[in-house]
Design a protein around this ligand. Structure first.
Ligand SMILES: [Zn+2]
Length: 459
């Protein structure tokens, strides 16, 4: 049966993020077969009919958001257990992740999908934390999202528990994963190579994985960081910096996405720009983790060099929210503060990273990230009948500085409505919330990873 057509009619504003960055007042969008076929002023498209018409006069419409680094899996049932004085929770994070059962991961992934779509994310890249993709496929199918999946692999000692394999096995597992998963759910699932980081993988493994993705036309992502100490360590091994090390191996390129990328210097920015690699930055994680964006963050320089920069929410125990509007807000404000310069990362640039640039960074720039004919119909309708949208003069400023995902009223992915009037229909929320709370209790009991519930007395 053909997919029903859909018309978004007479939106207060449509923020197209198209090539000209047009903002259409009283704008309409016509969707057929899951694709955007027409975009224009409401009066120009007045004759167009559709199976369903959404009266959008009170809405601001944006492209669906792309979350370029979003660990699903262990974190939802234990979100918030780490007190602020615990330092880096990384070793606990990986232990909790390894302890997940298949059924637990299905439920926690479903909760993640729910939170993501209700906040307007249509596409996420999970950097290899999902242990049981077979079980989770149903959650992705139910939520209707686009997801880039992979299996995190390492072949070296890591400072925290990580799945470790011999080099050839890690490469073979990755190839088999991509062959099994790439293109599932009508193309909404993509599969990539996901070596955890350059420090936990040998040069041979990184090069083998690069060959695997070149042969298959997919991508590769890894955690990446630099800084004075890292450069010193890499120099002792004959490379100038972690980034130049990856370039020298032949690993960098347009199909590679570096996550976080804090601490990079000018030479490393050159290297990223020269090779066409993309970057995902996680501004809320950086701020909450005390990473010192003033000294370590180079988002403005990467953007100035034309690097595709996506935003990510990282993990429910890092950001800890899964709301890309809040990530765009943090990206826009933290560089103004760090550089004492209000011209840094304008609101428009933050929105580009959450949509058009983010889509390009994850290799989907031809398909999503903008509201223009020919693109898949991934849209978010924000409800302006709320206090945070008042007064409405500049919709981009309102979106980035005033609001958050709570005013997401309707979400469309591939032309299908997945959130309608603030509600999704794929899961019973109250039941899921209590299931995940129980999983959290079991997970803490099983791993022994517990912390005092509060620094204040709980009576
Ligand atoms: Zn990560």
């Amino acid at each position: 049966m053909a997919q029903p057509s859909l018309k978004i009619d007479r939106a207060r504003f449509v923020l197209t993020v198209d090539q000209q960055r047009r903002i259409i007042r009283d704008g309409s969008i016509v969707i057929e077969g899951g694709k955007i076929v027409r975009v224009g002023r409401g009066d120009e498209l007045a004759d167009t009919r559709a199976d369903r018409v959404i009266d959008a006069r009170e809405f601001v419409v944006t492209p669906g958001f792309v979350n370029g680094h979003m660990h699903i899996s262990y974190a939802h049932p234990v979100r918030g257990i780490f007190p602020d004085d615990v330092g880096s929770p990384l070793k606990h994070v990986f232990a909790l992740q390894l302890a997940m059962t298949e059924e637990e991961e299905y439920h926690t992934s479903l909760l993640a999908m729910l939170e993501l779509v209700r906040n307007g994310t249509v596409c996420l890249l999970d950097p290899g934390s999902t242990k049981f993709p077979d079980a989770c496929l149903q959650a992705y199918a139910d939520a209707g999202v686009r997801v880039i999946l992979g299996e995190a692999v390492t072949d070296r000692e890591a400072p925290f528990p990580q799945p470790r394999y011999a080099m050839a096995e890690a490469a073979a597992r990755t190839a088999a994963f991509i062959d099994k998963w790439n293109g599932r759910l009508d193309g909404r699932v993509r599969a990539w190579a996901m070596p955890f980081s350059p420090e936990t993988c040998s040069a041979e493994l990184l090069q083998a994985l690069k060959r695997v993705v070149e042969e298959r036309g997919t991508g590769l992502t890894l955690h990446h960081g630099s800084g004075a100490q890292a450069r010193k360590e890499y120099q002792a091994r004959g490379a100038k910096s972690p980034t130049e090390y990856l370039e020298a191996l032949g690993v960098l390129g347009p199909n590679v996405l570096l996550a976080h990328a804090l601490g990079i210097d000018d030479g490393e920015i050159d290297c990223i720009a020269r090779t066409g690699a993309a970057v995902t930055m996680c501004p809320v994680t950086a701020a909450k983790g005390g990473r010192g964006v003033g000294a370590q963050g180079r988002m403005p320089e990467l953007l100035a060099r034309g690097v595709r920069v996506a935003l990510g929410c990282d993990s429910p125990n890092n950001s800890n929210h899964l709301d890309l509007v809040r990530a765009m807000n943090m990206a826009a404000i933290q560089y103004k503060d760090a550089r004492q310069d209000t011209t840094q990362i304008p609101a428009e640039t933050a929105l580009e990273m959450g949509t058009r640039l983010g889509a390009a960074a994850v290799g989907l720039g031809d398909e999503i990230g903008a509201i223009e004919p020919g693109k898949r119909a991934d849209l978010v309708l924000f409800d302006t009948r709320r206090p945070e949208w008042q007064a409405l003069w500049n919709p981009v400023n309102n979106l980035i500085y005033n609001t958050d995902g709570r005013s997401v009223h309707t979400v469309v992915i591939d032309g299908r409505i997945v959130v309608d009037n603030y509600r999704q229909t794929f899961v019973d929320e109250a039941r899921l919330f209590s299931t995940v709370q129980e999983i959290g209790e079991r997970l803490q009991a099983r791993t022994g990873i517990t912390f005092p519930r509060s620094r204040w007395p709980v009576l």
